[in-house]
Write a protein that binds this ligand. Sequence first.
Ligand code: GLN
Length: 304
Amino acid sequence: MDYQKILDSIQSELSVLPHTGKVASYIPELAQVESEKLGMHLYSINSEHYSFGDSNELFSIQSISKVFALTLAMSLVEDKDIFKRVDVEPSGDPFNSLVQLEYENGIPRNPFINAGALVICDILISILKDPRKDFLEFIHKITGNKTININTKVYESEKAYSHRNAALLNLMKSFGNITNNLETVLDFYIYQCAIAMSCKDLSTAFMIYANAGKTLNNQKIISFQKTKRINAIMQTCGFYDEAGEFSFRVGLPGKSGVGGGISAIHPGQYAVTVWSPPLNPKGNSELGMHALEELTTLTGFSIF
Ligand code: GLN
């Protein structure tokens, strides 16, 4: 498969596409990013790298971090102890919605909406010695890149505008589904969202989901059975109230973030990341979705 040729044709197609997306501004620092940025990186199962554009530039991974947090939690805690506190059903609601939590007794629909990710943070805080350091080290381990860190401006910016996430935490606490101090959980969540990575870093990290839980240098990070489960949750819940649309158009398990990144995998084939900051109304990268739709169309294979 000539992936570079396919990426090149995606790049030229995107350059003429009219775009209507808007860069996220509810976290003010994210609005400072140039909307024209565009990069894509594909890492194939035989260790080849293919890319175009700003694929080596660091951007805010935001909700893509939720996949790494779930993976770390599932590698340390039995599934039954996680999934009694957070479900695995698509929410059909925006990522930061409060409504379901009230009538579902504080149990979030899945680990990839904010409420579910906050529960995963609570679980990690209870078991990790130094949650921030341990989480960052986990990212270093799966990428092989020890320079990855947070963007402190993004971190500070989200801290100042985190009332909705605080509301989610308070509501879950009232149902007994948060055990640690609310400020500590919120801080750890914002910290992980503020991690900055490139498309190349993210594709390298996501290779574990394409390669049955192992890095390409054969480091086992998580079992095949758990990898299969994480991929299933990405497929059904990775794009909030647009998870069906992403399946319909792209047909790969993946995860988006409001920084404009989307990472996706084709099991046994590749991990791919695209970054374009303007978001569609559901909070997913407009051009990113288009690029991945073209990728599965032009390669002629998706998981369906
Ligand atoms: N940090 C963001 C928030 O909590 C993450 C949201 C996202 O990327 N969808 O609102």
